[in-house]
Design a protein around this ligand. Structure first.
Ligand code: PMP
Length: 346
C-alpha cells in the first residue's frame, strides 16, 4: 500500500478542520452553556448534537467489534462515498475503478467530483476478477469500489478475489457491505486489522429498517477515519438520528428476526417467480432483493405501475437487459406482486 499521505489530496492532508463550540469544550461538569449561540429555549432540540457521535459509536463498537476511533458515521453511507472522493481524489487528475454493474452512487460521486470512473464488467455469473480490476488501474487510481452482496445483481462477490484485490492494490479498496446482514458470508470487519487499505461501508437503511433516519457507517484504520472526520460537516448526524440509532442498537434481536423473515420470504418469492410464465431467468441472491430476467421488463414494469406496485426496472443497466430488481416486502405485499404477475399477459 502507498502511504496514506501519498493517497490523500495535499490540501486535505494539510487542512485544519473547523473547530465547533462542542469540539472545544468537552467537559461534563458545566451547567451553563453560552458558547454556541444556541437558543436557551425549546429543549432538547435547541442544542447542537455531539459532532463525533461518541455515545452511539461506543454502542456500535460493542455490536460490531470495532473500536470507536475506527468508525465514521454519516448522513447515509452515501455521505461516506462522497467523502472518500473528496479526501483522496484530485479532480481532473485521479481516477477510480469499479465493478459494473453496481450501485449507481459511486459513479455519481465520481462525476460530481470530476474524477474519472473506470468500469470493469462483471462476468456472466456477476463475479469479478481482481486481475481485471487491477489491470484497469494505473498510478493515478486512488480507489477501487466493490460491493458484496452487489446491487443490483444481489450476489455475494467471491471472497478470495476480494482478498486478492485488497492485498494487491496500492490504493484504497472500498467494500460496500450494505446488504451483508442478509448474506451467509461473514463481514470483512473482522479483517480490518489485516488490511490498512480497506474501508468497509455499512448502513442502517437495510436490515436495520432505518432508511428514513439517514445513518451510514464507514469502518477503517483510525487514520483514514480521522481524515473523513476532518472534512465532514461539523454536525453531519443530527441528534434525532443519533437517539433513534441508540434505541435500535438496544433491540438488535428485532433486527435478527426481520432478517430471518425476509430471507425466508425471499426464497418463497424466488420459487414462485421461477414458476411464472413471464420469468426467463432468476439470479441467485444473498440480499433482501433479487434480480430477475423477464420476457419484457419494460412492459411488465409499466403493467405493475398500473396496479400500484413498484419494482425497479434495470433494463438499461449493463448485463441486466430485460431485468427487474424486486425488493422483498411483507408476505402480503409479495403476494400482491405475485397475483398481479400471474395475471400478466404480454
Ligand atoms: N450502498 C448500496 C450498495 C446501496 O444499495 C445503497 C442504497 N440503495 C447505499 C449504499 C446507500 O445507503 P444509505 O441509505 O446508507 O445512503
Amino acid at each position: 500500500m502507498k502511504t496514506l499521505q501519498e493517497l490523500t489530496r495535499p490540501n486535505i492532508w494539510r487542512l485544519k478542520p473547523y473547530s465547533s463550540a462542542r469540539d472545544e469544550y468537552k467537559g461534563v461538569t458545566a451547567s451553563v452553556f453560552l458558547d454556541a449561540n444556541e437558543n436557551p429555549y425549546n429543549t432538547p432540540h435547541n442544542r447542537y448534537p455531539d459532532p463525533m457521535q461518541w455515545e452511539l459509536k461506543g454502542l456500535l463498537a460493542k455490536v460490531k467489534g470495532v473500536a470507536p476511533e475506527r468508525i465514521f458515521l454519516g448522513n447515509g453511507s452515501d455521505e461516506a462515498i462522497d467523502l472518500v472522493f473528496r479526501a483522496f481524489c484530485e479532480p481532473g487528475r485521479d481516477n477510480v475503478v469499479a465493478i459494473d454493474p453496481t450501485y449507481g452512487m459511486y459513479q455519481v460521486c465520481a462525476d460530481v467530483n470530476d474524477v474519472e470512473y473506470r468500469k470493469v464488467l462483471l462476468d456472466e455469473h456477476f463475479q469479478f476478477s481482481a486481475d481485471k480490476l487491477l489491470a484497469a488501474a494505473d498510478e493515478r487510481t486512488k480507489l477501487i469500489f466493490v460491493c458484496s452482496p452487489n446491487n443490483p445483481t444481489g450476489n455475494d462477490l467471491d471472497r478470495a478475489e476480494i482478498e486478492k484485490l485488497i492485498t494487491s492494490f496500492e490504493g484504497l479498496v472500498i467494500l460496500d457491505e450494505a446488504y451483508n446482514d442478509f448474506s451467509e458470508q461473514p463481514s470483512f470487519l473482522r479483517q480490518l486489522d489485516r488490511y490498512p487499505n480497506l474501508i468497509v461501508l455499512q448502513t442502517f437503511s437495510k436490515a436495520w429498517g432505518c432508511a428514513g433516519i439517514r445513518l451510514g457507517m464507514a469502518f477503517a484504520s483510525a487514520d483514514i477515519i480521522g481524515l473523513l472526520s476532518k472534512i465532514k460537516y461539523p454536525y453531519n448526524v443530527n441528534q434525532l438520528t443519533q437517539n433513534e440509532a441508540i434505541g435500535m442498537l438496544h433491540k438488535y434481536y428485532e433486527i435478527e428476526r426481520w432478517v430471518t423473515t425476509l430471507k425466508t420470504e425471499r426464497e418463497r418469492l424466488e420459487q414462485k417467480f421461477r414458476e411464472l410464465p413471464c420469468t426467463v431467468e432468476l439470479f441467485p441472491s444473498n440480499a433482501n432483493f433479487f434480480l430477475a430476467r423477464m420476457t419484457d421488463a419494460v412492459g411488465i414494469y409499466n403493467y405493475l405501475v398500473g396496479k400500484g406496485i413498484i419494482v425497479r426496472n434495470r433494463h438499461t443497466v449493463s448485463l441486466c437487459c430485460n431485468c427487474l430488481r424486486v425488493t422483498v416486502g411483507t408476505r402480503l405485499e409479495n403476494d400482491k406482486l405475485l397475483q398481479a404477475l400471474q395475471l400478466y399477459q404480454a
